[in-house]
Design a protein around this ligand. Sequence first.
Ligand SMILES: Nc1ncnc2c1ncn2[C@@H]1O[C@H](COP(=O)(O)OP(=O)(O)OP(=O)(O)O)[C@@H](O)[C@H]1O
Ligand SMILES: [Mg+2]
Length: 251
Amino acid sequence: MSLLAIEGLGMRFGGVAAVDQVGFDVQAGEILGLIGPNGSGKTTVLNLLSGFLTPQAGSVRMRDEDITGWGPERLAQRGVLRMFQLTRVFTRMSAFDNLLTAGMARGLSEAESTTRARSLLAELTLEPVQYLDAGQLSGGQRKLLEFGMLFIEPPLLAMLDEPFAAVHPVMREVMARFIRSRHAQGATFLLVSHDMPIVVDLCQRAVCMNAGRVIAAGDIHSVLKNHDVIEAYLGNSDAQQPASLEVQGDG
Ligand SMILES: Nc1ncnc2c1ncn2[C@@H]1O[C@H](COP(=O)(O)OP(=O)(O)OP(=O)(O)O)[C@@H](O)[C@H]1O
Ligand SMILES: [Mg+2]
């Protein structure tokens, strides 16, 4: 079942068509990978889908409702959340208090927020640092904290932009485990990542963009074997790790 149906999405910055005639579906309950070389338009798509930018063309439907052009708050109320959307970390507040605040901002009672915060801190391996100011956490710990804040009240659709970038491998595995567990509980994800092994591990399907357009979509293994996808990565000297496409082997 389709949760989001995106059609003909367009966004230009000056002369650059950052997003050009982009269309794809996000199925309910899936982890959909959004991949593509640097500058291909992935973040702009997330900005359009999360209400941080208003599309200049195209439409977005959630189930049977037209949500094109909705702002971040209205989308968040419907459970469509981008990672940092309601998860702005307050650096001079403890990790625990950040979670508590996030829970209460989402309408939970203090008692319920506290219970959920404790359980999330344990699951995300943040117990040892829970009373440190969030500003003292490492980049990876802070991202884990953002995961906790996002999921203190589970969203319908969680959009993540490069959550694994510059994160220690041990914490990357905690993140991947967290995503798998929430996926098992029914959450839907749109995951932007350059980390192909993790994308292959987590995603059944992927959409690949290049120069603002969708160049391939479907089963992750067929996308990674797609000629245009390989060309896009190889042809883009700025692209991160074309070699990471090597994981296509077992498909
Ligand atoms: N606010 C903006 N103003 C002007 N140009 C922009 C803006 N945001 C994005 N762009 C341009 O739009 C294109 C797509 O950028 P975008 O950040 O969406 O790509 P990306 O796929 O997320 O790249 P990366 O993998 O490097 O994060 C690029 O050419 C970029 O320079
Ligand atoms: Mg980006």
